[in-house]
Design a protein around this ligand. Structure first.
Ligand SMILES: [Zn+2]
Length: 332
């Protein structure tokens, strides 16, 4: 092993899973450890789980904790990167104003850096994935919610405290369905996998003629975006209609991003993007109709390259970035 290559412990803290990895400056993951997030145990239990997972990741990379240069953690919710505080998190009950950065610094005896998960994933794709070398791009993840991050002039747009990039909570329909953030008509309340499943359940309950239930073991609570997709693949008209509606709202949000940021590229990741053309093509058409032509023509829409690793790689990239004065930039 190159002894002087800085190594970062990357942590992707999710509402259901924690991924930790020892990552070098080339974005190579020397180890990985997956564990379930014991979300119900609150911050203390989750932080213990992070610590245990980190120990396994460090062992997996055949190093000791001393060898680590720093720790980068990506967390869901509003992460005040400057103060290192996770202000609130819809996916982590009981987390309010948790000084996660300082807690991890204390635990690992290393410098630690905190970033929102969507912003982390954007950085991951920027340094190591689909947006390498692209100075103006937006990362959009569409899955149970919608998140992302915005890179302008080669720099992640963090806003004054790190709360920028909450693209899933831009209002798309002023009287739209309620969002768990407290607002209504947010992009993710209309175009996420959760929104799609909810819309399907509503129509089924209202007696719609559809095969969707057959893909959900006949149980309404097992109807998910995935079951709607399966029904659509077999030509179910309601499933097709629901996906088109999701695509419509997804496209409206994309048009807003194109007009506001004039990106060169929009990188799309997340579970729902695996629907591919069925969802994305009609969404791009809507974006084309609604955005300025000149701006739309400059955008390349590409699929994310790093899959589930984007967050952990990005959290590490953020730590590299923050320490670059001491370490030099990631070697990419
Ligand atoms: Zn919202």
């Amino acid at each position: 092993m190159r002894t002087r290559d800085p190594l970062i412990l990357g942590i992707d803290l999710g509402g259901t899973k924690i991924l930790t990895s020892v990552i070098n400056s080339k974005g190579e993951m020397l180890s990985r450890d997956h564990t379930v997030t014991p979300a119900a145990k609150g911050p203390e239990g989750v932080i213990q789980a992070i610590h245990a997972s980190a120990k396994r990741a460090v062992e997996g990379a055949s190093i000791t904790m001393d060898r680590l240069t720093a720790v980068g953690v990506g967390a869901p919710g509003l992460a005040d990167g400057k103060a290192g505080i996770l202000l609130t998190s819809p996916n982590l009950p009981g987390w309010k104003d948790v000084p996660l950065r300082d807690i991890l610094q204390e635990k690992f005896k290393k410098r630690a850096f905190l970033i929102n998960d969507g912003n982390a994933a954007a950085l991951g794709e920027y340094y190591f994935g689909a947006a390498r070398g692209v100075a103006h791009f937006i990362y959009v993840t569409i899955s149970t919610g919608i998140g992302g991050g915005i890179v302008v002039d080669g720099k992640l747009l963090l806003g004054s405290r790190g709360l920028a990039g909450e693209i899933g909570h831009m209002t798309i329909a002023d009287k739209g369905p309620p969002c768990h953030c407290g607002n209504r008509g947010c992009w993710e309340a209309l175009a996420s996998g959760t929104a799609l499943a909810k819309a399907a359940r509503k129509r089924i309950k209202a007696g719609a003629d559809t095969t969707i239930l057959g893909f959900a073991e006949g149980k309404i609570d097992k109807v998910t975006a995935q079951t709607v997709q399966s029904a659509s693949e077999k030509g179910d008209p309601l499933a097709n209609q629901l996906i088109l509606k999701t695509a419509y709202y997804f496209g409206v949000g994309l048009a807003n991003l194109v007009n506001i940021f004039n990106p060169e590229m929009i990188v799309i990741g997340g579970g729902l993007s695996n629907m591919g053309d069925r969802l994305l093509k009609p969404a791009y058409r809507v974006a084309e109709e609604r955005a300025f032509n000149q701006s739309y023509r400059m955008v390349r829409f590409v699929r994310a390259a790093l899959g589930r690793n984007s967050g952990v790689l990005g959290a590490a990239a953020f730590a590299f970035d923050e320490m670059k004065k001491e370490l030099g930039k990631p070697d990419v």
